[in-house]
Each structure stands twice: as C-alpha cells, then as structure tokens.
Design a binder for this molecule. Structure first.
Ligand SMILES: Cc1ncc(COP(=O)(O)O)c(C=O)c1O
Length: 393
C-alpha cells in the first residue's frame, strides 16, 4: 500500500541536501568546539558559521542566538530564564495565550506552582488573540508575555508587532514561540519587536534535537542548566556541530524557497478545504482562511450533526495509508481533548472528532486528492448522522 504522510506539523523528513551538508561533521570535522587545537578550532568555526547564517534569516544578530536541543528547551528556557533573572523586580505575573504549545503551557504551570501568577488569554473561534484582551490582562506586575506566532494545531498566526507594543507599554518582556512559523512564513525578531523567540530545526526539514533561543541584546537572562561556558554561558554542554550545520542548511533552504512554497501549499490547502467543505457533512473548519500557515488544515465534525469517534477516524485513515493526526494529545497512552480546539469554543465531542492535515515540501496534489477521497469515504462509513443536513459550503 502506498502511504501518504500528512503530518508535517509534527515533524518533517530531513531534506537530502541537509543530510549532505551535515555528513562531514560526523566523521571528518568532528572536534569538540571548545578544544583549542586545530580539530576544535575547525568545529568552532563551523558552529559559528552556522549561527551567522541562521541569525540574519530571522532578523537577529548571531550573538543573540544560542543553540538548544529544540523548541521545548527554548520555550522552557525563555520562561524560566526571564523569571529567574528578574525575581527581585516586584514583577511576578506572566501572561500566555490559551493555545500555547505544551512546552509553554506546562512551563508556565510549573512556574505557577513556584508562586508566579499566570493568566491565560482567551482566543476567538479561529485562534486569534485580541489586543484588547491583552491590554486588559497586563498590569504593572507583569514580567513576561508569551504568545505563539503560528499555532501548531490550527495554523492561526498572531500580529506580533501590535501585541509587542502593548506588552512593552506595560514594561514587560515579550516571548514568542516561532517553532512553526520560521522558515514557512515571513518572520523577523526585529520587525515583530519580540524580546525572545524559540525555534527548532525538525519542522523545516532539518534534524531533530536542535533548536535555538533568541534573547535580545541587553536582556538579563539566567540559564536553565549549569556546566561549562559554552554558548556565551547561556547553555552549557558540548555543542553538536553536525546538528547546527543541518539547522543552518535547513533554514537557508526554507527561507530561499519560501515564496514558491507558500504559493504551492496555499493552493493545496484551498483544494483540500473545498473538497472537504463540499463533500463532508457537518464539517467545521478550525483553521482560519487568512492570517494562517499555508500548510495546515484542521477540521472537526460537528457532534450535533454527526457522531464520530476521532481516534477511530485517525486509525481508519492510517489503515488506508493516510497519516494525519487528531485534535487530541497523547499523554501516558490516553487521548486528552486538545486544549487548542477547546479554546476555540468547541464542545468535547466535536473536539474529539478533529483531524489535522498538514503538508509540506514533498506533498503532491495527487496525495491531497487521495487524502480527501479517503477522509470523505471514512466519515461516511463510520459517522452516525444525527439529523439531515446539506453539505457545508
Ligand atoms: C509550536 C511548537 N512549539 C514547540 C514545539 C516543541 O519543539 P521540539 O519538538 O523541537 O521540542 C513544537 C513541536 O511540536 C511546536 O509545534
């Protein structure tokens, strides 16, 4: 059976050009970047050159960027690094949106257990944060606001510059999780005026296990880990030069190819939206049409029209060769309804009946058509209609 991968938001295959760029740094230029002999100096030069090529692609200076193990570490370090560095400032309140990735959500919950006040900002039915709600939430005790740039489940993107000006007006720092946006849609720390931003390589055809955190020059920040003085004392541990080189190559390719990719993925998205909208009864689109990532289409089946089990839907899609994901997060083997879909105002059963299609560089139109055929067929087969309705337009 031919398999179709439509879960690019979870992770992407590494581009062969990236693998090629990384290869010499496993076996030839393998030194420890902290060693002072020639092997170490060569490794250090490759590491710094990776940083120098990534930084301008996101509007940062190389010295403002340090490598981490990925988006989760960057998000955790951003929140705890700022809270620890400013613990005596009298500001002990942080604000996050209700659709943050668990890496921010759970890091904030952990800080809450340690005495920090946390406010969760609501979003509208397409996942947009309202500037007025943010204005109401920030006070003179607010230290940090963290709002995801492009949401990983539904793809909605926030107007960071407007939100940043509100945060800065309240004298607080602004962090964004740019894990899903960097390399897919235009993103610049300078233009969006954020103070901290998180990135990872494996969402943009780079290797797993490397990411970066941007911390604007001059901002006090306490490292999460303690050890050697690598990464300007911000993240100890022997640096992975091959991963850094792979991250740089994947970022260069993604930014270079972005205009064509944006257009191609947007038209695939439109096609899938039209087919599902025309052919699946009771469908609710969770992804907005505008101000969204081009490569995600998140849909639910309205529980008042069709009764369908989300897990069965995903398993049946997989059995027919189409890999998509649900609106549930798997924690310790049990499926929890997605906090993101719930935040849009959906009831539990509709939230459960959610599918995220996400595509990318290697997805063809034919694959999208096959995925649509499969989805339409499975909903018709396993869904139980509750009332007669005409297909959504
Ligand atoms: C928005 C967002 N933030 C953070 C992460 C975590 O990144 P990583 O897998 O590199 O730890 C992910 C990955 O799923 C994500 O989509």
């Amino acid at each position: 059976m031919r398999r179709i991968y439509l879960d690019y938001t979870a992770t992407t295959p590494v581009d062969k050009r990236v693998v090629q760029a990384m290869a010499p740094f496993f076996t030839e230029t393998f030194g420890n970047a902290s060693s002072i002999h020639s092997y170490g100096r060569e490794a250090k030069a490759a590491l710094e050159s990776a940083r120098e090529s990534i930084a301008p692609l996101m509007g940062a200076r190389p010295s403002e960027l340090f490598f981490t193990s990925g988006g989760t570490e960057s998000d955790n370090s951003a929140l705890t690094g700022i809270v620890l560095a400013h613990s005596g400032s009298g500001r002990n309140h942080i604000v996050i949106s209700s659709i943050e990735h668990h890496a921010v959500l759970h890091a904030a919950k952990n800080l809450e257990r340690k005495g920090i006040d946390v406010t969760l900002l609501p979003v509208d039915e397409y996942g947009f944060v309202s500037p007025d709600e943010l204005r109401k939430a920030v006070t003179d005790r607010t230290l940090l606001v963290s709002i995801i740039h492009a949401n990983n489940e539904i793809g909605s993107t926030q107007d960071l510059k407007t939100l940043a000006s509100i945060v800065h007006g309240a004298g607080a720092f602004f962090h964004t999780d740019a894990v899903q946006s960097f390399g897919k849609i235009p993103f610049s720390v300078a233009e969006s005026e954020v103070d901290l931003a998180s990135f990872t390589a494996h969402k943009i055809y780079g290797p797993k296990g490397i990411g970066a955190l941007y911390v604007k020059r001059g901002i006090e920040f306490v490292p999460t880990f303690h050890g050697g003085s690598q990464e300007r004392n911000r993240r100890p541990g022997t640096e992975s030069v091959p991963l850094a080189v792979g991250f740089a190559k994947s970022a260069e390719l993604s930014v270079q190819e972005m205009p064509e990719e944006l257009a191609r993925l947007s038209s695939l998205n439109k096609l899938l939206r039209k087919r599902i909208g025309d052919e699946v009864p009771g469908v609710v689109f969770n992804s907005p049409v505008d101000r969204a990532l081009p490569n995600i289409l998140n849909v639910s089946i309205d529980s008042s029209e069709i009764e369908i089990d989300g897990e069965a839907l995903i398993i049946n899609m997989d059995l027919e060769g189409v890999a998509v994901t649900s609106g549930s997060a798997c924690s310790s083997g049990s499926l929890q309804p997605s906090h993101v879909i719930k935040a849009l105002g959906r009831d539990d059963r509709t939230t459960n009946a959610t599918v995220r299609f996400s595509f990318g560089r290697f997805t063809s139109e034919e694959e999208v058509q096959t995925a649509a055929d499969t989805f339409v067929r499975i909903v018709a087969r396993i869904g139980k209609r509750k009332k007669i309705s005409s297909p959504a337009s």
